[in-house]
Design a protein around this ligand. Structure first.
Ligand code: ADP
Length: 483
């Protein structure tokens, strides 16, 4: 068992200090695998958030001025420390979030990759010179860190959702105040322990923990010293935050909900497609914003695909994430479990067939046996909304034009997937899908050097790649005359 104790913190991290809530209050964090309380964490609100913003504001000038190569050294060290302690961090993550240990470790490593990438990318914030309007003038374009960043993150990736924001923010020269999800604050606080060890100056990275998300969010979205909001979570909350951020015209990045189509054409390599569907649908027990949510299978292979998928799913081991061989852990809470059940019941009531699973698993509590439904239709809840659970709904389709229309018939536009072995079809469909991300014969998209993000109501901005850095920079046009 990895030693998690050194990373176990129950206080918030403000201006380089570990602090209790002003009220002394705490909130309980439980392990979704057994419902046991694993920590009691500082329950902060608006006053503490304001102090954290002030600390980040005070730290900004020096962090901005620091040579990019020196900032890079700190960030790289932070990333290295995360990788070196990946086992302990994964154990902590599984304890509060529930996902299988191997997935948790994968998240820690993937998350560290974002910090490492932006350590280097922060050294390449290049500007331009532009041909001037007159001989005696020069036009110079520089890019500057935008200022204090307010970051709000969800519970489904308690570590990497943070590093995806903090990497580019800090790499660009911004400072930040983070509010992690109340379900999973421990992974966030563990990152701060390592940031401290890496030599991060006081106030550059602050964490405010608390149950009252609205109170903390209100400060982060309206305080004049916060210049940018970066949020990952539901589309509903994202819209609230955008509206609040409008009051002081903050730059905003929003990674919101998805409703990913996963299309399998007749020509596809079926084994690969089934493997991809399992990885995309059931990772993190179906609780990711890029999980396949609507699986469209062409007529000619529908029965065979369903048979092979069911076979694979039946072989999956469900149980606590820290048990060997487990590939599906518990759902995060009762609300999440009930939503997945509601989607199944609604589909069955409207004519779908439950081919496998969908009930409470023998492991009990929040464990659900992964479900497969066939006979899915557009009027069902699962077609309209993200299920966020281990439920695969299979839709039958006849031709390419039909499935493109169905796939695009949603207000969301985050990830999409399709499997085909026809080259022409690969290009046609990739171009026709109205999504920020399209995976062709692949199922795992996240990578620090690629731009992750959505169109339509799935969000604004990108995380990862050179485009992700732009979200934390502002452009300055300097006109110099009298030359
Ligand atoms: P989920 O349903 O996956 O929990 P949410 O959008 O509700 O998604 O939560 C994502 C993050 O947003 C969490 O950190 C949560 O605490 C936070 N949050 C929820 N409501 C608000 C709000 N009104 N203002 C600021 N943050 C919020």
């Amino acid at each position: 068992m990895a030693d998690t104790q050194q990373f176990f913190k129950e206080q918030s991290f403000i201006n380089g200090e570990w602090v209790k809530a002003d009220s002394g209050k705490t909130f309980a964090v439980d392990n979704p695998a057994d419902g046991k309380i694993v920590a009691n964490v500082a329950d902060m609100g608006a006053p503490e958030t304001t102090r954290a913003v002030e600390a980040a504001y005070a730290a900004f000038p020096a962090w901005k001025k620091m040579l990019a190569k020196d900032r890079a050294k700190i960030l790289r060290k932070w990333s290295d420390l995360i990788v070196a302690n990946a086992d302990a961090l994964a154990a902590l993550l599984t304890m509060e979030q529930g996902k299988p240990l191997a997935e948790a470790k994968g998240e820690i490593i993937n998350g560290a990759g974002f910090i490492e990438w932006y350590a280097d990318e922060g050294r390449r914030v290049y500007g331009d010179t532009i041909p001037p309007m007159k001989d005696s003038a020069r036009i110079i374009i520089t890019k500057e860190p935008i200022g204090v960043v307010g970051a709000i993150t969800p519970w489904n990736f308690p570590s990497s959702m943070i590093t995806r924001k903090l990497g580019p923010a800090l790499g660009a020269g911004c400072t930040a105040v983070l509010k992690p999800a109340a379900e999973t604050p421990l992974s966030a606080l563990a990152l701060a322990v390592l940031a401290e060890q890496a030599g991060m100056p006081k106030g550059v990275f602050n964490i405010v923990t608390g149950k009252d998300a609205a109170a903390i969010g209100q400060v982060l979205t309206t305080h004049p010293h916060v210049k940018k909001i970066s949020f990952t979570g539901s589309t509903e909350v994202g819209k609230v935050l955008l509206a609040q951020a409008a009051s002081t015209v903050k730059k905003s990045s929003m990674e919101l909900g998805g409703n990913a189509p996963f299309i399998v054409f007749n020509s596809a390599d079926l084994d690969k497609a089934v493997e991809g569907a399992v990885a995309s649908k059931y990772r993190n027990a179906g609780q990711t914003c890029i999980c396949a949510n609507r699986i469209y299978v062409q007529d000619g292979i529908f029965e065979e695909f369903t048979r092979r998928l069911t076979e694979k799913v039946k072989a999956m081991k469900i149980g606590p994430g820290n048990e060997a061989g487990v590939s599906i852990g518990p759902l995060i809470n009762q609300k999440g479990f009930d939503k997945a059940r509601r989607h199944i019941d609604d589909a069955v009531a409207k004519g779908a067939a439950l081919v496998y699973g969908g009930g409470q698993n023998a492991a009990g509590g929040l464990f659900m046996t992964p479900a497969i439904l066939t006979g899915m239709t557009p009027d069902m809840m699962m077609t309209q909304e993200e299920t966020f659970g281990p439920v695969a709904g299979l839709y039958r389709f006849a031709d390419e034009a039909e499935v493109i229309a169905l796939a695009n018939d949603t207000r969301f536009g985050l990830a999409s997937y399709f499997y085909t072995n026809e080259l022409g079809q690969a290009f046609r469909v990739a171009e026709a899908l109205e999504y920020g991300m399209v995976a062709v014969n692949e199922s795992l998209l996240s990578y620090e050097a690629a731009p992750f993000g959505g169109v339509k109501e799935s969000g604004l901005g990108r995380e990862g790649s050179k485009y992700g850095l732009e979200d934390y920079l502002s452009i300055k046009y300097t006109l110099v005359g009298g030359i």
